[in-house]
Design a protein around this ligand. Sequence first.
Ligand code: NAD
Ligand code: UDP
Length: 339
Amino acid sequence: MHTFERVSDREFHFAGRRILVTGGAGFLGSHLCERLLSLGAEVIAVDNFYTGQRRNIYHLLSNPNFEIIRHDITFPLYIEVDAIFNLACPASPVHYQYDPVQTTKVSVHGAINMLGLAKRRRCRILQASTSEVYGDPSVHPQAESYWGSVNPIGPRACYDEGKRCAETLFFDYWRQHRLPIKVIRIFNTYGPRMRMDDGRVVSNFIVQALKGRPITIYGDGSQTRSFCYVDDLIDGMLRLMSTPEGITGPVNVGNPEEYTMRQLAELVIKITGSQSPIVTMPLPQDDPKQRCPNIEMAKRVLGWRPTIAVADGLAKTISYFRDVLVSDTKGADSDAFAE
Ligand code: NAD
Ligand code: UDP
């Protein structure tokens, strides 16, 4: 029998708090650090630079409220913080399948280490979960009540099952220790600071279009995804973290505008004005056929909805990649995957 402390119904404010962001040099993590600093928080980013890039956080290094620690969260971390955003984990299928054992380790051991830290500090902790917990879904669009359809032994399982197990751990820490947890299920998010060689569809199509190379559609391109611009996603993440302690999620955050991959390729070609041809390549195993969030809970609980249309977000992302291509054709400066 457990005795539960009464949970606080107070909202959380970031100003003056010391916030840990794991995966802070990554695509989403660097945007989150930037937003937290602008809200008056002190930010400690932890990253092992597996897919993170130093260039993502260069501009933050001179800020006295920002600190970066090179550390692999599969090992324990003892540090004094007031809240934790746990984002460390490669998110692109190419990168998380490169070392699948490490992917499960960072999802599971990493979660255990960060939950242990949160438990010692009695502080709130947010888990960056994913629409991948729904696998190749038979329910469409996906609501939080859907339990998903995941192949536990396929090539995506290291990530999907790792993230599912992390959710299990979070909810057990909530039930067993009354730890204030927040679980956000992120649907495909894109924007500036994705790696050139990230391998996910938006960056692939944009880089291919800008370089005049063939645009690689996997399969016949009829599979769908729904794309959320990074600023909207970070806004949803901050709103969830600020909610009273009794609100745990999981909450879907994503843009329900659904596109086939062929439509996305055509849109990227149109916006870039590229002459790139479209070519088809084999569909990877277990590639989900459709994905679109039901965001009713985010609207109701967080007062959140996406504000940036896909065409506008793509235009901003294209402009970012244009600049990176001009300044550095290599586009990779991290330890792994460096060209
Ligand atoms: P990313 O690959 O750019 O960022 C992940 C970061 O984690 C990188 O900086 C990487 O170096 C770091 N990292 C990896 N293993 C680590 C370890 N063992 N210790 C410390 N740091 C480690 O990916 P992203 O798109 O920014 O994703 C961030 C988080 O959001 C991930 O947890 C991902 O699963 C989740 N997510 C992202 C999306 C999306 O569309 N971007 C969708 C669903 C979920
Ligand atoms: N995809 C594609 N061409 C690419 C990269 C990806 O057609 O160059 C497809 C991929 O097969 C999937 C979708 O785009 O159906 C989204 O892939 P991504 O790797 O971005 O993320 P996922 O949602 O599959 O994790």
